[in-house]
Design a protein around this ligand. Structure first.
Ligand code: CTP
Length: 131
């Protein structure tokens, strides 16, 4: 009966995204996904995602393995979101290995291997190069 929580931008949705969400969902009975807001992405990367936050939320919420979605407004609120959604497990891709261990007093922290050879940044670069 465990609740799993994960976070991400999930811009230009691709197979690496669906695979981490499927594996995260398999660790519990309920998967909650925090989709980072457009403003949060801009503050981190100085560019807005290709897909706006409402579309990214819509895509993630339509997946069968996802029970609930919300907009992640600030990176510093992760602890609050973990408590609010009563998460038992926090899942992150292993590009973040070790970076979220400080939440282990609130829940189990699990890092899953990224799917090789695909990322949103790479897709954007490939599309740009073709023009
Ligand atoms: N992810 C994954 N495998 C990939 C790409 C992403 O498992 N090949 C996971 C990330 O580890 C993260 C989640 O998907 O837990 C959302 O990642 P996000 O940063 O939105 O996707 P990226 O494709 O990595 O985007 P970017 O290139 O902009 O960093």
């Amino acid at each position: 009966m465990k609740t799993v929580i994960t976070f991400g931008t999930f811009d230009v949705f691709h197979v690496g995204h669906v695979r981490i969400l499927e594996r995260a969902a398999a660790l519990g009975c309920r998967l909650v996904v925090g989709v980072s807001s457009d403003a949060l992405n801009f503050s981190k990367k100085q560019r807005y995602p290709i897909y706006g936050e409402q579309d990214r939320l819509h895509i993630i919420s339509a997946l069968g393995c996802v029970s609930d979605v919300f907009l992640e407004q600030s990176l510093e609120l992760k602890g609050q979101y973990i408590k609010q959604y009563k998460a038992d497990i926090l899942v992150m891709g292993d590009d973040w290995q070790g970076k979220f261990d400080h939440y282990s007093h609130l829940c189990e922290v699990v890092y899953l291997p990224r799917t090789p050879s695909i990322s949103t940044t790479e897709i954007i670069e490939v599309v740009k190069d073709r023009h």
